[in-house]
Design a protein around this ligand. Structure first.
Ligand code: AMP
Ligand code: TRP
Length: 350
């Protein structure tokens, strides 16, 4: 009975606006790929939804991590989110490990997820190769924790970059499996979420190799522009980035992946249309284009950087946002967890 009442509350919450949920791993600092492929999209759509955005610190320890910097990275990331324009009147932000329901639901989902579903995950295979002997069970289990993150909030839509699509499909499969096995009288236990993937800028490529994703784990600093890079650093990185000897810059030429990537970055950061940029740059050489890209990047990042420093100087405010976020998130997550445990047949707490 009590469960019934809780269920209605959840449904009521979701009736007015659809729910969006997304997370970002708290490993290292954020780069343009994270910003353009993730955060910026959330900021753009947030007013139309009821949003939960979180810092995936439990995911951050699936590869060997440095305990001395984990907490710091998490806080900095919270400041970057807020500085990028996350609006607390429609979005809740919180730290994943502050809401224990994530780990608990992950365990329950683990027990109904076939091992071979995880073994085929591309990201696992790629990361496992890099880890050699050190591959943790957590790395294999990463997508199940991600499924728990999403399913706990009855998310309708999950904005992510292209690279996370397979994990979203797995989440849908896991939810479907729970619903098939444990749903009663056509009542589903978990909401099946939809991915939300933007075309433009969905994949920002490395500055040193236009066929590789810009990534936190690339050993070369020159391969990525970080959100907190100074104008001088941005200038230096763009100056050194890989190009080609062809004059005249064009989009969509498979022979020129760097050219396509840099034009796309310029287009997005300077808020122009693809057609506009194609015309503007058609006769340009790299010497003329690079300063334009530098200026557009510096201009786009400046307001975020200013706000970030302001927030980092106001620790009390940051703490209070995260405290409130964890409390709001827990109240939603705990209801879903109770619903799942009930469906799976657990004895309720006495
Ligand atoms: P990660 O840095 O792998 O934790 O990714 C965090 C978010 O940023 C996810 O939504 C990713 O899809 C997105 N992301 C990471 N790298 C890129 C990239 N190079 N291009 C576009 N999106 C990215
Ligand atoms: N795995 C995601 C990434 O690397 C981060 C993440 C963890 C996430 N849990 C999530 C994204 C839930 C969306 C929803 O980008």
């Amino acid at each position: 009975m009590q469960l019934g009442v809780r269920l209605k509350q959840v449904l009521h919450l979701n009736m007015s606006k659809k729910r969006v949920l997304s997370g970002i791993q708290t490993t290292g600092s954020l780069h343009l790929g994270n910003y353009l492929g993730a955060i910026r999209n959330w900021v753009e759509i947030q007013q139309d939804y009821d949003n939960f955005f979180f810092f995936a610190d439990l995911h951050a320890i699936t590869v060997p991590h440095d305990a001395k910097v984990l907490a710091d990275n998490t806080l900095k990331m919270a400041a970057v989110y807020l500085a990028s324009g996350i609006d607390l009147s429609c979005s809740t932000i919180f730290v994943q490990s502050h809401v224990p329901a994530h780990s608990e639901l992950a365990w329950l989902l683990n027990c109904i997820t076939p091992l071979n579903w995880l073994e085929r995950m591309i990201q696992f295979k790629e990361k496992a190769v890099k880890q050699g002997e050190n591959v943790s069970v957590g790395l294999l289990d990463y997508p199940v924790l991600m499924a728990a993150d999403i399913l706990l909030y009855d998310a309708d839509k999950v904005p992510v970059g292209e690279d996370q699509k397979q994990h979203l499909e797995l989440t849908r499969d896991i939810a479907g499996r729970i619903n098939d096995k444990f749903g009663k009288k056509k009542q589903s236990v978990l909401r099946v979420p939809e991915p939300m993937i933007r075309k433009e800028g969905a994949r920002v490529m490395s500055l040193s190799d236009g066929t590789k994703k810009m990534s936190k784990s690339d050993p070369s600093d020159l391969s990525r522009i970080e959100l907190l890079d100074s104008p001088e650093t941005i200038k230096r990185k763009i100056k050194k980035c890989k190009t080609d000897p062809v004059k005249g810059l064009t989009f969509d030429d498979p022979e020129r992946p760097e050219c396509h990537n840099l034009l796309t970055l310029y287009q997005i950061l300077s808020n122009q249309t693809k057609e506009g940029v194609a015309v503007e740059c058609q006769d340009m050489g790299w010497g003329q284009f690079k300063p334009l890209l530098t200026e557009a990047t510096v201009e786009a990042l400046k307001p975020i950087q200013d706000k970030y420093h302001e927030l980092m100087n106001n620790q009390e405010y940051l703490d209070s946002v995260l405290r409130e976020g964890a409390s709001q998130a827990s109240s939603v997550a705990n209801q879903t967890l109770a619903r799942v445990k009930d469906a799976l047949g657990f004895l309720p707490p006495l």
